[in-house]
Every structure is written in C-alpha cells, then in structure tokens.
Ligand binder design. Structure first.
Ligand SMILES: Cc1cc2nc3c(=O)[nH]c(=O)nc-3n(C[C@H](O)[C@H](O)[C@H](O)COP(=O)(O)O)c2cc1C
Length: 403
C-alpha cells in the first residue's frame, strides 16, 4: 500500500504528523560556547508551526577540534550546554514535533584557524577547500576519545529532551572520512576492509546503546561520492546492512563531499558571487578582480547533473537491503517528486533542506494545496553565505548585485 504523505506515522518510535522531514541545516546562529539561543528558538518553532513532520537540527560539534569553520556552529561538547538545548526542545515540543539533534565532527573539513587546534582525519590528506596544512592522522587513543565524545554528546542530547540523535556519516566529515577509502588510507583496525572502516561507527552505536538503552540513533550517510577510490553504491549498501545490524534506527541517504563543489546540494549554476563575497580565501580581494574571477570559477566548477532527485538510486538500493526506515534527501522539491519517491517504494520518508530556508512553512503550503512545489531556485547562496553570517534565503541576489 502506498504511504500517504500527510497521514500521521511513526519513525524510530517517534510519532510524525507526515512524512516530510526538515533535513539538517547549519544555521550559523550559536553563541561563542556553541549554545543555541533566541534566534534558534525563532527558527525551529517556525519550522514546527509550519508543519514539518520532524526536524533535524544543523550539525552540532562533539569536540572542539571538530568544530565547523562555518560561522557559529552549535556545539554539544559540554554538560553546561544542556539547559540551553532544553529550552529549545521544550519550545519545539509545544507543537508536538519530533526534534532530532544531528551530531558531528568535521574532521579535515574545517580550519585550525577557527578551531584553534590542528585539524584531524583518519589519514593525513589535505582538503583543498579547507586546509592550509595537512591534517594530523588520528592515533588509537585519539580515536577512542572521539568515540567517547559522540557517546557523551548523545547522552547530553537525551538529557536536553531531543527525541533522537542523528550521526553525521555523510558529506566528507570525520565519520564519512573513515568510511571512504579515498580519505581513509589506514592499515590498522580502523582502515582497509569495509568492516574496519565501519568500526568507529559500530563502536559509537554500541556504546550509545550501553549508556542510553534504546534511545534512537539515526544516521545520514553517503550513498556514493565522486572521489577517486571513494564511496560507491555497493559499499554503501553493505554499510547500510551493518548499520541495521548495529542497532541504527533509520538511514537518511545523501551523497558527496564538500571538496567536490556543490554535489551535496545541487543547482543549475555554481554560486561564484556568493563564494567570492563570503569565503575566507576570496572575500578581501578587490571587487574588480572578483568580477574577473566570478565567471572563471563558474567555468571551473560545473554543477553536477542531475540536480533533482540525485540520491534516489542509492536510496532505493539501500531500502531494498534493509528493513529500517530510509529517508531520501537531495533535490526533492515538488509534491509530484515527493509522491514519486513514496509511491515507487524508493524511500519511506522525504527530507528537504533548502525549501525550508525560503519557506519554513513549506509543508503546510503543500498540504493545504497552496503550492505544488518549493519556491527555492537552487541558487545555493544560502549554502555558501553561512560561512560568514546567519542562515537566510538570498534568492540569487547579494546586496548590490544585479543578477
Ligand atoms: C545552508 C545549508 C546548510 C546545511 N547544513 C547541513 C548540516 O548541518 N548537516 C547536514 O547533514 N547537511 C547539511 N546540509 C545539506 C542538506 O541537509 C541536504 O542534504 C542538501 O541540501 C540537499 O537537500 P535539498 O535539496 O532539500 O536542499 C546543508 C544544506 C544547506 C543548503
């Protein structure tokens, strides 16, 4: 039987009013300690009031060296942060909306200039977007500490009233870095075979279960990336099976790494102007030079195609291999597209990010028939400009731009 989009349903023990989930979206709004505040409350209650079936927060850092180089990341690395999160979960729960904290370590996809610490990774491979120097290869005891940081973060999320956590295993961040042979060149028990590369994730899941019983742990993983020797669909399917066997509650299927350009959130044109306005390497260049560089960058960074529904093959392959729920994300921005995903059995849920940036109440609008598609034009300015300021929709226009 085809699942109805707008009928109440359950996911990992949570009751959702519909099958449309807000996918994790970094907000650049935390204070210096990484605590959420009034701006988060405004954003997240707007999403809840707007009908989101469940809300996944922007990524929250489990350790200082894994903090994002994007502005003002949420952190969940200290017990003292719990009361601020409790205020936020209470506010969202007034709407009855399930609320999930995404927990992450950025690995080599951050900058030591921002974290104040060396960047770390499974292997010492420089990331050309982020790193000024090669990251430090993690030692056995440092891996142990990171596992324990994820477990402590999940415990804090539970105490703060989140209904679940989502481990960020996608987009090239630390745990994705372990899972992909492109970034994991280790020859010890943390690298080599799929089982070894998965060990850090299975340890996190096992220790969360030991500490917090059946507290739901979801993941967001890559169905593939485009790196040489990196993640491909057959290995992603194998990892999905391992996740299910390790007690994971649901899998959101994404793809790509930041180094690949905007393959994670695709659009028709690379947003050169936004990159030149906000990126640490470019923003202080003279504007005449920026005018010359903008078309060149666009030429050098062709947008991957297709830019709609690009993770659906991987989501379907994973759904066929596991019996836990699968969430599809990535360019699913129309009612027709959402119906297609659910009716074809490609996934059990659909999640979206950019449509909620322009319209926090997009779910309500789709449900009430006021719109059949998101108004997002996939300009991706939102994704680039969070390096330098709070999340907002730019709709393809920077202040003073003629485009
Ligand atoms: C501004 C912005 C911030 C994002 N932050 C996160 C994040 O914190 N964690 C994450 O897993 N994905 C993040 N993403 C990726 C989205 O969750 C999603 O996977 C991607 O945008 C594709 O979905 P969409 O086509 O519905 O936007 C972000 C995307 C955008 C546009």
């Amino acid at each position: 039987m085809t699942p109805e989009i707008f009928q109440p349903t359950s996911l990992a023990g949570m009751t959702l009013p519909n099958r449309l989930i807000r996918s994790a979206t970094h907000e650049s709004l935390a204070d210096a300690s990484g605590a959420p505040g009034a701006a988060h409350e405004k954003l997240y209650t707007a999403l809840a009031a707007g009908g989101a079936g469940a809300i996944i927060t922007g990524y929250a850092g489990v350790q200082q060296d894994g903090k994002s180089s994007l502005m003002n990341m949420l952190m969940i690395n200290e017990d003292s942060l719990v009361p601020a999160y409790r205020k936020l979960t209470d506010a969202v729960h007034r709407y009855g909306t399930p609320f999930i904290l995404q927990i992450a370590h950025c690995g080599r996809q951050t900058r030591s200039a921002v974290t104040g610490m060396p960047t770390v990774a499974p292997s010492s491979l420089k990331d050309f977007i982020f790193n000024e120097e090669r990251p430090h290869e993690l030692s056995e005891s440092e891996i142990e500490a990171i596992i324990n940081s994820f477990v402590a973060a999940a415990g804090r999320a539970k105490k703060a009233g989140f209904d679940a956590v989502q481990l960020h295993l996608a987009h090239g961040y630390l745990l994705a870095g372990f899972l992909s042979s492109y970034t994991n060149r280790r020859r010890d028990r943390w690298g080599g075979s799929t089982e070894n590369k998965f060990r850090i994730v299975s340890e996190i899941l096992r220790r969360i279960r030991d500490a917090d019983g059946d507290y739901p742990v979801l993941v967001k993983m890559n169905g593939f990336d485009h790196r040489r020797g990196g993640m491909r669909q057959p290995e992603a399917v194998e990892i999905a099976r391992m996740l299910e066997a390790s007690g994971c509650s649901a899998i959101e299927v994404s793809s790509g790494t930041v180094e690949e350009g905007l393959s994670i959130m695709r659009g028709p044109l690379f947003p050169s102007e936004a990159l030149l306005a906000s990126n640490f390497r470019f923003k202080s260049l003279p504007s005449a030079l920026k005018k010359v560089l903008a078309p060149l960058i666009r030429l050098a960074m062709p947008s991957p195609k297709p830019w709609r529904g690009y993770n659906l093959d991987a989501a379907k392959a994973i759904r066929q291999a596991v019996s836990i729920p699968v969430i599809a994300v990535g360019g699913i921005h129309t009612l027709e597209g959402i119906k297609g995903v659910l009716e074809s059995g490609t996934a059990d849920f659909v999640s979206m990010s950019r449509p909620f940036v322009i319209e926090p109440n997009i779910v309500r609008k789709l449900q009430e028939g006021r719109q059949t598609a998101s108004r997002c034009i996939e300009c991706n300015y939102c994704a680039i400009m969070i390096e330098d300021g709070p999340l907002r929709c730019w709709h393809g226009r920077l202040p003073g731009s003629k485009r």
